[in-house]
Write a protein of this length. Sequence first.
Length: 293
Amino acid sequence: MTQNVVEKTPVTLLGLGAMGTALARTWLAAGHPLTVWNRTPARAAPLAAEGAKAADSAAEAVAANALVVVCLLDDSSVQDALAGTDLAGRDLVNLTTGTPAQARDRAAWARERGARYLDGGIMAVPPMIGVEEAGGYVFYSGSRELLEEHRETLAVPAGTVYVGQDAGFAALHDVALLSAMYGMFAGAAHAFALIRKEDIDPTSLAPLLADWLVAMAPAVHRTADQLRSGDYTQGVVSSLTMQVAGAPGFLSTAEQQGVSPELLSPYFALMRRRLAEGGGEEDLTGVIDLLVR
């Protein structure tokens, strides 16, 4: 009896930093033939010992396989690495962190050289790569055909979430989510600062804070619905008028606790501006329009 063996798609990977190495090991573990290249060749040695083929140049690595994944430091590094390589007929998947504009320019650049292009924003840290239960995923935008053809291979390290043909949308989603994350971290930092000088164990506040943030998170759905409809008074629980009236209490508490209000003050200032424009019956959604220039 013979056993049918499904051949796995060969992958070329350029860039072997912490994330690139994690990606490489998941493809190797899943049985994908892997060609790797890194500007510092020594980083390829451990992967070569695990079964990868180490290329002497980026051009050699690109020539080895149709599917080429790039995970480098920045867009300039991508430009430098791919300069002089033959991309005709290649499927280029760029997982390098960049801006939406850089992704769009890189997509046009790739198409001019005969390659299909897919940009990716990795919503995971290296230890999450290849660990399905960790919940990591990658935003992809650009060529839908490329993604559908290689989805099984690209899903090996992390889940795939397609966000549109516009190559810049993956980077935009990436930065949007991370921006919200930093806003949450800022609020948490202020909360911990308020109790810093008191006889309150921060580990006792932490579960209360985490549960509160989880409870508040669904409010983003109401905000999205209001933005779509254009009615910022839809489903309002606490009007802007009420929230602006309560803001001085937050600032006074910070002053009394010896805590700088610099993380909260800009947001409260935007709330007051929106109120002055007549948005008293609205939710906080109108602040978004003040941010869009």
